[in-house]
Design a protein around this ligand. Structure first.
Ligand code: B1M
Length: 792
């Protein structure tokens, strides 16, 4: 009999449909933990599983989606029961061809630095589920509904490290083809391939019609079988019930279209039922099955960006490497992370596609510094990284916590190097740089270097690393000591790319060590190497000469359609997020870049020149507005939004310390809250500080506060002014609800509202007493209510 891994790329594999919505139909109440039904209502789970088996599903998801220790206390018991029930259903249905999946969903928490869940803690949460599931007899692990690549990586590692079962993973993409944390098809699929998932795909969030264009993208780049489990269309509220808009026939129609795109596994998610799956199975069963073909694509990715090696040369920023850089050495020794982060941002802005990160100094603990730097750099830039180290421990730690699929610099032709580096590349997945040197040293002839490259390719293949993921470094040595060095490096690049069809890389600047005006040689050498087929150039992207050579090459080689990139760079004065030196950065820019320490320091400096509120209005709010706009237009993603918010908070803490506190006499008590469903509290916190500074006693109920809680506080504390904040169109309805409840139950209280999404007209419409456009406006209104006794 074929194994599951063999089956998935040779015949249709049908997945089951929704479990959660089925359980709700059977009486699962809102707020109840579905997984606890494994213990409380086993017969209902067996009944649902059997119905899906009857419908023709091969893969039955055990009821373990949220059975992790963030949500249930007895993980082992709940997982074991879930798997056993699914197995019992399979047995009782006499289905030899069906499999039970340990279903793993997200933890519901954000991973650091976005949230506070540590990466290794996330791995351990998933590992606990995997061990329990495998022991209970699951046939596969299905990680699903992943909306963050980092959490997906944690789950994949946990699965691969704790069982030998096939591991499938599916993501929840939105209509912009992005994960919540910004991941794209091109960034997450290669990462999953690298981490040795056995199949990848998409589930939930959208109906089959909306998924279609995303699936096309997945099938185009995936070498792994593709699974598609959509919702039964888009959700709609019918009374207090959520219903989905596709009939079984409509769902099957769209799934047939999807099947024709060349996917291998199909099933359903929210809103689908056994009858949906039955109609789908009957429709697709006889459709031609297309196996997925391996793709010759090489991707280096971060959590949201993907750089493809091959189609056009890639720029790798060399600035985060202490060799010959006094200031960087100092920053590394003194742990001045902000300096290093600004180096990363500068290179990104200058046009680097990937950033090299080398922190090797004899006197520092390289593994822990490398780990720290990778985390920190990834929290301010989405540029993919090249982990540059000869220290195997540093390499492993960095590969483990890196969010995406990195590049690794480097392995070489020495057996010892290959035997220590390749197992790590094999486990974590990365594109690796292979240096043309071995036990005999660096060959003087190109032909000998090419022989070493072949040896590296060959050994890599033994570890299951395809040649497409090995980028050969032809080794640029300085021409000041060997006049043949340039010729040999260029010949090596030429032979590797032409004869072996391989990818190549050069540390370009090495060519000119010891020479004056090095950039003259460097930029010419770069142009020459590019014409020989160089795939990746490690250069200083801040050097105008180097980027001029690079951009001109692209334009001349027809790699820059309509010379768009060239014109963008040189047609007008380029707009920059900040100037080329972090010394000149403004507070606004530091907040936009998410540089917390720099934002705090600049705030302290500004406080000597400007009034606190002026800083809030001129720097802090415009910075967040800009970030908000870029987020909305898909230029930035949630991680960057969060980092900017953190920087703004730190800046405001510094402002708060310095705010004058003249009016100490208590003028009155005010309740403040951000309304239910809304976690934006920066504005509300500013309002609070200002009201306090103007002598009011503020009871701050925090964010995401239920209407009932606000009402009860107002009543219990006998409050006469409430301030509500809301930042989202979706949460203004809760503001309205709160106001209605307050009018009903505490008619004496005055209500002021604020937040970027509101305006005076809207405030009136929802029956607020006052709209405060900013924090000072809230003070003026409080004065009116308490001092003049005349709130509108
Ligand atoms: Co989000 N976010 N965010 N966000 N975020 C907005 C609001 C958004 C407009 C960005 C965008 O898309 N352009 C958008 C809402 C779209 C809409 O509904 N119209 C949005 C979204 C969609 C989201 C998420 C859904 C993203 C996601 O997860 N996919 C998510 C929502 C989570 C949730 O609430 N359930 C989310 C999350 C976040 C972060 C956590 C990353 C972070 C918040 C961190 C925090 O607050 N602790 C964040 C941020 C920072 C923003 C932006 C960029 C900035 C908000 C801010 O702090 N502004 C924002 C875009 C924007 O507003 N331009 C955006 C600075 C602050 C000082 O201004 O709050 O307006 P503001 O307060 C002012 C005045 O309005 C007034 O005084 C303050 C000082 O002058 N004021 C009051 C405010 N409240 C008042 C109350 C008063 C009186 C005056 O009386 C009581």
């Amino acid at each position: 009999m074929k194994t599951l891994k063999e089956r998935i790329n040779t015949e249709w594999l049908f997945f089951d449909g929704a479990l959660g919505t089925m359980l709700q139909k059977k009486g699962l109440a809102a707020g109840q933990c579905p997984e606890m039904w494994n213990l409380d209502h086993p017969e209902i789970l067996i009944e649902i599983h059997k119905a899906y088996l009857e419908a023709g599903a091969h893969i039955i998801n055990a009821n373990t989606f949220g059975a992790n220790r963030c949500k249930v206390e007895n993980v082992k018991e709940v997982v074991t029961a879930g798997i056993s029930l699914a197995k019992q259903a399979v047995q009782e249905s006499h289905r030899q061809d069906a499999y039970v999946a340990l279903d793993i969903g997200p933890t519901g928490k954000l991973l650091a630095p976005m949230g506070d869940l540590d990466f290794e803690e996330a791995v351990s949460i998933f590992a606990e589920m995997v061990r329990a599931g495998a022991k209970a007899g699951a046939d596969l692990v299905l990680i699903e509904t992943m909306s963050d690549s980092y959490e997906a990586k944690a789950a994949l590692l946990a699965a691969k490290e704790n069982c030998d079962l096939p591991v499938f993973i599916t993501f929840i993409f939105d209509e912009n083809h992005r994960l919540l944390s910004g991941g794209s098809v091109q960034s997450v699929i290669p990462m999953c391939e690298g981490l040795k998932a056995d199949a990848v795909g998409i589930n939930c969030g959208l109906g089959p019609a909306q998924m279609l264009p995303i699936i096309k993208e997945i099938v185009q780049i995936s070498s792994l079988p593709v699974i598609v489990n959509p919702n039964a269309g888009l959700p709609r509220q019918l009374g207090n019930q959520t219903v989905y808009d596709l009939s079984d026939d409509e769902f099957a129609f769209w799934m047939k279209e999807i099947a024709a795109l060349g996917v291998q596994g199909v099933g359903g998610c929210c809103g689908t039922t056994p009858s949906t799956i039955k109609t789908m199975v009957q429709t697709i069963r006889n459709c031609p099955f297309l196996p997925i073909a391996p793709k010759k694509m090489t991707w280096v990715t971060s959590y949201s960006q993907a750089v493809q090696i091959g189609p056009k040369p890639v720029v790798i920023g060399e600035r985060i490497n202490p060799t010959g850089k006094k200031r960087l050495k100092e920053a590394l020794r003194n742990q001045e992370y902000e300096y290093i982060l600004s180096q990363a941002l500068e290179q990104e802005i200058a046009g680097a596609h990937i950033l090299d990160v080398n922190v090797g100094l004899p006197e520092i603990d390289e593994p822990s510094m490398m780990k720290e730097m990778i985390c920190q750099i990834q929290s301010v830039t989405a540029c993919p990284l090249q982990i540059d180290t000869g220290n195997i421990e540093a390499l492993e730690q960095a590969l483990r916590i890196y969010n995406g699929r990195p590049m690794v610099n480097s392995v070489n032709g020495k057996l010892e190097s290959m035997e220590s580096v390749f197992p790590l590349i094999q486990k974590y997945g990365a594109v690796v740089v292979g240096l043309c040197l071995d036990e005999e040293g660096i060959p003087e002839q190109a032909e000998q270097r090419v022989e070493i490259a072949k040896k590296i390719y060959h050994k890599a293949e033994e570890y299951g690393i395809p040649s497409k993921d090995v980028v050969i470094d032809g080794l640029a040595m300085t021409i000041s000591s060997s006049s043949q060095a340039g010729v040999v490096a260029l010949e090596t690049i030429d032979q590797i790319s032409r004869e072996l069809n391989g990818y190549t890389i050069l540390g370009v600047s090495n060519i000119s060590f010891g020479l004056p005006q090095r950039e003259i040689i460097n930029s010419h050498f770069l142009s020459m190497a590019l014409t020989k087929g160089l795939s990746c150039a490690i250069i200083n992207p801040n050097s105008e000469d180097m980027m001029k050579s690079y951009r001109s090459y692209l334009a001349l080689q027809a790699l820059d359609p309509q010379c768009k990139g060239y014109i963008e760079a040189y047609g007008t004065v380029p707009t920059q997020k900040f100037t080329d030196s972090s010394e000149n950065m403004t507070l606004k820019q530091a907040i936009q870049a998410g540089l917390k320490g720099r934002a705090e320091q600049l705030t302290l400096e500004l406080l000597n020149q400007k009034d606190s509120l002026e800083i809030v209005d001129a720097e802090l709010i415009p910075a967040l507005d800009q970030v908000g706009k870029e987020y909305e237009s898909g230029i930035l993603f949630l991680p960057q939004l969060l980092m900017s918010a953190e920087a703004a908070k730190l800046s405001f803490s510094a402002i708060k310390e310095k705010m004058p506190q003249d009016n100490k006499v208590a003028k009155g008590r005010i309740v403040l809250a951000t309304v239910q469903g809304d976690i934006h509290d920066i504005g509300k916190n500013i309002v609070k500080v200002l009201l306090e500074n103007y002598g009011y006693d503020v009871i701050d109920l925090g964010k995401d506060v239920a209407p009932e809680q606000i009402v009860s506080c107002v009543k219990n504390e006998n409050i006469s002014l409430v301030g509500l904040s809301a930042l989202m169109t979706t949460t203004v309805v809760n503001m309205e609800k709160t106001i209605r409840l307050l009018h009903e139950q505490a008619p004496h209280v005055k209500i002021m509202v604020g937040g970027a999404v509101l305006n005076p007209e809207y405030a009136k419409m929802i029956h607020a007493d006052h709209y405060a456009p900013d924090a000072m406006g809230s003070v003026r209104y409080a004065d009116q209510v308490f001092l003049k006794g005349q709130g509108e």
